[in-house]
Design a protein around this ligand. Sequence first.
Ligand SMILES: Nc1ncnc2c1ncn2[C@@H]1O[C@H](COP(=O)(O)OP(=O)(O)OP(=O)(O)O)[C@@H](O)[C@H]1O
Length: 209
Amino acid sequence: MSLQIHIATLSSPAGVLVRDLQVEIAPGAVHTLMGPSGCGKSSVLAAVCGTLEPGMQWSGTVHLHGQRMENLPVQTRKVGILFQDDLLFAHMTVRENLLFAVPAGPAATRESAVQQALQDVEMQEFANADPARLSGGQRARVALARALVARPQALLLDEPFSKLDAALRERMRALVFGLVRSRGIPALLVTHDAADVAAPDLLTRLGDL
Ligand SMILES: Nc1ncnc2c1ncn2[C@@H]1O[C@H](COP(=O)(O)OP(=O)(O)OP(=O)(O)O)[C@@H](O)[C@H]1O
């Protein structure tokens, strides 16, 4: 289940940001995008998942598991996304936050998906907790579980570790990379931290137009 991205051009109203970006990400691999602030890294992720804002434009193709994706509605793309901010809903428990992300289906199936996702990030005992009472690292793990609970076929990561302290960042990176590998999904990670690069051939630098 590979993710193939070809961005011919990606532009903001101010001009072209990215030209001829080609990335192929194998199942279970994490490919890293780096580059100076404002060079268009987050916009590449938005183009891939279909959430590019009005005013921004791109041309190119995205194939997931051989299927062309760029014209599909956002909700059918089967792509999970994790941001710098965990964006947990404050008025819902941890369990309810996850349940919100699970596709429609029998209640027992949805509940077991939530319990499995919490187990994957070792947060089962916090199912009924209020997100506001969790630590930053615990919230990050819940956000990861929420991104994965719908069984996405690709994962987009927009600086998800940048707000964590060094020790937590390392643990979270290991957890994300491990889950991506064990589930065999391709992941694209935007970061400013060279420590997030899994291997030199899994890095693309933007900003050299
Ligand atoms: N909706 C929008 N309308 C106009 N310009 C935009 C819009 N969204 C982003 N931009 C501009 O596009 C450029 C790229 O933004 P983007 O967030 O993709 O960069 P980035 O490389 O992820 O930056 P950072 O590392 O600071 O997060 C920036 O100059 C930004 O101001």
